[in-house]
Design a protein around this ligand. Structure first.
Ligand SMILES: CC(C)(COP(=O)(O)OP(=O)(O)OC[C@H]1O[C@@H](n2cnc3c(N)ncnc32)[C@H](O)[C@@H]1OP(=O)(O)O)[C@@H](O)C(=O)NCCC(=O)NCCS
Length: 136
């Protein structure tokens, strides 16, 4: 990873920084989203460049016991393919382990297999999914 980057568990990321980060990779930024959901996480990782700009993020939800769930991995558009995503996931896994979790789950689009399986060390498993608005 680029040595100018620092990754911090529970980095004090503001809602405005999150909006900027999401917009930087072409995502659909929603003001207020981060302020609304942060309290439900086991934790999250923020990665910042040497000037303090937020360049990477991943959130860790959990069941309060053995299972942690990685969600919303994001790298600033201009910083992608430089190891930031791998680094935030690595620290998230370390902190989930330290919190007593045994399993770290993630799901993702097929084209990100090289990232999650290759770079981050996940392995395939059986999983299930229901699209709720069209169910029942
Ligand atoms: C997915 C994402 C977080 C990866 O972050 P990143 O910082 O670019 O990842 P890394 O630099 O650590 O990538 C490590 C390796 O993973 C693989 N990889 C990373 N991004 C990839 C992509 N978009 N497609 C396929 N493989 C990818 C590559 O093998 C890469 O190594 P290489 O650059 O030497 O080829 C980033 O592309 C992103 O923010 N995308 C938009 C948001 C998103 O889709 N998040 C995923 C939610 S599940």
């Amino acid at each position: 990873m680029n040595t100018a980057i620092s990754c911090v568990w529970r980095d004090p990321i503001t809602d405005a920084e999150m909006v900027d980060l999401v917009g930087s990779h072409g995502g659909n930024a929603q003001p207020g989203w981060w302020d609304r959901i942060r309290e439900y996480s086991l934790g999250w990782v923020g990665a910042r460049d040497g000037e303090g700009t937020l360049v990477g993020f991943v959130n860790v939800a959990w069941d309060g016991g053995d299972h942690a769930f990685l969600i919303d991995t994001k790298t600033r558009g201009s910083w992608q393919r430089r190891g930031v995503g791998t680094a935030v996931v690595e620290l998230a896994a370390e902190r989930a382990r330290a919190a007593g979790c045994e399993w770290l789950h993630v799901d993702f689009r097929p084209e990100l297999g090289d990232f999650y399986f290759g770079a981050c060390g996940f392995r395939p498993t059986d999983a299930g999914l229901i699209r709720l608005p069209s169910a029942g």
